[in-house]
Design a protein around this ligand. Structure first.
Ligand code: PLP
Length: 459
């Protein structure tokens, strides 16, 4: 039996904790993506840009809870807002409407061009799920189109062609719907049309073919948070969907507050019909939100949106209301954390400095890999990027699949040994509290990792 030498002698506590967890939690993880081989590191403390594992190893964190922690760990402003909300209200949650829901909704309406009204959920997954149901209820059509390689949360209809095997994925310009999990019903495969990202011509062709059944197109404006839609593609997609009566859903769960506070739609200057938010919006607590045009959002109004829907609007609700609910929706403590987070991000210079840091790190890393004759490029936008080992362009899922993933994996494991935390193969997210020293440490760690990997590969 092969003995795993993960971080020799230094992560015995994580390994023990993992063995223990496995007895009561499948695979020892509460989300499949949190697993990595031979065992995930088990963390105990976080502070600022740092994480401390159960063995006392310290890491600079670039995973940042999959991008959610844009202010780093335990930011004092967020902590104060949470405590103050509990103290002033005397409760954790009211179970009734409350003022913060409106305050946050007004904030989101100001920030996001496509948002005129808001509903809250408890996760990004729920936000895209609700977006899709809204589109189906509004248009009366039953199918949804998504892009190959785009992730919208782990539920049946969206667990299609997120990460398909090359052998099953079909033609690049006309991808097959491939289930990403066991237990995905034929219904969902039949009702999900898969599109090729950044290929406007092929996308248009598929959309035209299915226009009578398609309620919506959902996409990550920046695939995986790091492969941007080309501007021409985005403009074209908006135009075609409008023409064909298909709603355009921007899944801004990752991008929402990480490019500019107002998300990718602000950068691209495109108004989606519906927007899904999450992650940063909760300041480290669980949340999601759906925003969109009044005419669409109003179909959730229990009072049938009488004062919102104009006479003759396409959507004359009459007696059908689209149901949406959730015990913890609009949780006051979460909203307080989110408001505090947005306030910090809106302070003059904060976003600019965050983006400057990300760009500097990207530049320095590219220079470094170049020095060692490794064709690595950083792909990304705003405060999220990824390291991709390839000579070719990276515009979609197929391009990513052509990159040298083995090399990337080796580097990532060496980085873990040297105090840089990303889940292997995951993108990098930057926080406002990462310091110059952190970045220099990161670059030095990469250099050591490169040397080690090259030594192994090139001998
Ligand atoms: N949509 C996108 C673009 C995401 O990145 C994620 C999470 O990674 C989700 C939806 C799902 O959000 P959550 O994990 O909060 O359910």
């Amino acid at each position: 039996v092969m003995k795993h030498n993960f971080i020799p002698g230094r992560t015995a506590g994580s390994e023990r904790a993992f063995q223990d967890a496995k007895e009561v939690i499948p695979g020892g993880v509460t989300a499949n993506i949190k697993y990595f081989s031979p065992y995930p590191l088990v963390m105990e403390k976080g502070k600022g840009s740092r994480l401390l594992d159960v063995d006392g190893n310290e890491y600079i964190d670039y995973l940042l809870c999959y991008g959610a922690l844009i202010l780093g760990h335990g930011h004092s402003r967020v902590a104060e807002a949470v405590i103050s909300q509990m103290n002033s209200s005397g409760t954790f949650i009211f179970g009734s409407p409350h003022q913060l829901e409106v305050e946050m909704a007004r904030k989101l309406i100001t920030l996001f061009p496509g948002i005129e009204m808001v509903r809250y959920t408890n996760s990004g997954l729920e936000a895209t799920l609700l977006s899709i149901r809204l589109a189906e209820a509004y248009t009366g059509k039953r199918k949804v189109a998504k892009f190959e390689g785009h992730y919208h949360g782990g539920y049946d209809q969206m667990l299609v062609s997120v990460n398909p095997d090359a052998g099953k994925a079909g033609q690049a310009s006309n991808p097959n719907p491939v289930p990403d999990s066991k237990g995905i019903s034929d219904y969902h495969l039949e009702h999900t049309i898969v599109l090729p990202f950044n290929d406007l011509e092929a996308t248009e062709k598929i959309l035209r073919k299915h226009k009578d059944e398609l309620s919506s197109v959902i996409l990550e404006p920046i695939q995986g948070g790091f492969i941007p839609a080309e501007e021409k593609f985005m403009k074209g997609l908006r135009k075609i969907t409008e023409e064909l009566g298909i709603l355009l859903i921007f899944d801004e769960v990752k991008t929402g507050f990480r490019l500019t506070v107002g998300g990718a739609q602000t950068i691209y200057n495109i108004k989606p019909d519906i927007t899904a938010l999450g992650k940063v919006l909760g300041g480290g607590f669980p949340i999601g939100a759906v925003g969109g045009k009044k005419e669409i959002m109003a179909i959730m109004s229990p009072d049938r949106g009488k004062d919102i829907l104009t006479a003759g609007a396409k959507n004359d609700v009459k007696d059908d209301v689209m149901f949406h609910s959730g015990t913890y929706n609009g949780h006051p403590i979460v909203l307080a954390a989110g408001m505090a987070t947005i306030e910090v991000l809106e302070e003059p210079g904060t976003m600019e400095e965050l983006l400057r840091k990300s760009n500097n790190l990207r530049k320095e890393l590219e220079k470094l890999y170049n020095k060692y004759n490794l064709s690595m490029k950083t792909i990304g936008m705003g405060s999220i990027f990824n390291l991709v080992f390839t000579d070719g362009p990276v515009k979609n899922y197929r391009d990513m699949a052509k990159a040298d993933l083995e090399l990337r994996k080796k580097i990532d494991y060496e980085l873990l040994h040297r105090g840089i935390y990303t889940k292997p193969m995951n993108r990098y997210s930057m926080s406002v509290v990462h310091s110059r020293g952190d970045l220099q440490f990161t670059i030095d760690a990469h250099e050591k990792a490169i040397k080690k990997v090259i030594q192994k590969v090139r001998g």
